[in-house]
Design a protein around this ligand. Structure first.
Ligand SMILES: O=P(O)(O)OC[C@H]1O[C@](O)(COP(=O)(O)O)[C@@H](O)[C@@H]1O
Ligand SMILES: [Mg+2]
Ligand SMILES: [Mg+2]
Length: 335
């Protein structure tokens, strides 16, 4: 049987691809891998009463947290603090960013932003969920406590981004700006193995992913795009297929492998969109672009947006280039 490359081997082998290669990013990716294994262990038994259900308190997003939101958040924070060379982190589940004050942290150069559990509404019904992470080099001087500025960087400054997907198999998919690579977890061996090297979005796809239940609230341009996907045009292989799980990571992953586009527009119920620019949009956008796809806020490259708040939301359109361009075209028609 062909011996697959483990994630650990791959990270070390490709370390030199990285401009500042001193092993810090390697240590950080390894810490994320470990935290991912720990969270995966809990998700696999999410049906048990002590794991499923709500934790009871509301997070900064105004959502009632699931027990697994809190557990995943704690596991990532403790593992990144103890093993990752980072000076601070920000989580979708925490109001403020966290500053690590030990000397080894203050002298570190990276910050991590993450969504510990993406697709929380699906946990108790056993539908695929994920974890999303985004890594930046700090801009404040090394040796000083990390500042808000270090987190409010445009997506184009990301040095690495990725996600864990906890589905029929558990995978870790990431980029450091040298393509997108996917690793499948083998629970029997306890390691991630390279299973999807150099993943690419097809130029065009036939799947659209949007919560059509919000149709009445959508901008005209989005309503027109949806109707365009549903028109009969065999030459253009329309109508498209509709696929939507309610987990961004799962919808993105399927669309990247099979060809499709994900949409979460603004709407009267979500005037700024729903997804979080820093924890969800930017990391998925970096992966999409590295895989030959496109990620837009409807009017331009989402990674060029200058964030102003830790938890700001944005409209998000991401997937095959042709379809994202079509969405931008329909939206611009309306202006
Ligand atoms: O239920 P809706 O409004 O369609 O929203 C679904 C979207 O919200 C999310 O669940 C938000 O993520 P969280 O679960 O991390 O809060 C996305 O994964 C998903 O794409
Ligand atoms: Mg999320
Ligand atoms: Mg979440």
């Amino acid at each position: 049987m062909e011996r697959h490359t483990t994630l650990g081997e791959f990270i070390i082998k490709n370390q030199q691809d990285f401009p500042y290669a001193k092993g810090e990013l390697t240590a950080l990716l390894s810490a994320i891998r470990l935290a991912g294994k720990m969270v995966n262990q809990e998700i696999n038994k999410a049906g048990l009463a002590e794991i499923r259900g709500k934790a009871g308190n509301e997070n900064v997003q105004g959502e009632v947290q699931a027990k697994l939101d809190v557990l995943a958040n704690d596991m990532f924070i403790s593992t990144l603090r103890d093993r990752g060379d980072i000076c601070g982190l920000a989580s979708e589940e925490l109001e403020d960013f966290v500053v690590f004050n030990e000397d080894r942290h203050k002298n570190a150069n990276y910050v991590v932003l993450f969504d510990p559990l993406d697709g929380s509404s699906n946990i108790d019904v056993d539908i695929t969920v994920g974890t999303i992470f985004s890594i930046y080099r700090r801009i404040s001087p090394t040796g000083t406590p990390v500042t808000l500025e270090d987190f409010l960087q445009p997506g184009v400054n990301q040095v690495a981004a990725g996600y864990l997907i906890y589905g029929s198999s558990t995978m870790l998919v990431y980029t450091t700006g040298n393509g997108v690579h996917g690793f499948t977890f083998d629970p029997g061996i306890g390691s991630f193995f390279l299973s999807h090297p150099d993943i690419k979005f097809p130029e065009s796809g036939r799947i659209y992913s949007i919560n059509e239940g919000n149709y009445v609230h959508f901008p005209q341009g989005i309503k027109k795009f949806i109707r365009w996907t549903q028109e009969l045009d065999e030459a253009d292989k329309r109508p498209f297929t509709s696929r939507y799980t309610g987990s961004l990571v799962a919808d993105f992953h399927r669309n990247m492998l099979l060809g499709g586009v994900f949409l979460y527009p603004t709407g009267t119920t979500a005037p700024k969109g729903k997804l979080r620019l820093l924890y969800e949009c930017n990391p998925m956008a970096f992966i999409a672009e590295q895989a030959g796809g496109m990620a837009s806020d409807g009017y331009g490259r989402i990674m060029e947006r200058q964030p102003t708040e830790l938890h700001e939301r944005a409209p998000f359109f991401c997937g095959c280039k042709k379809e994202v361009e079509k969405i931008e075209w329909f939206l611009k028609q309306e202006d």
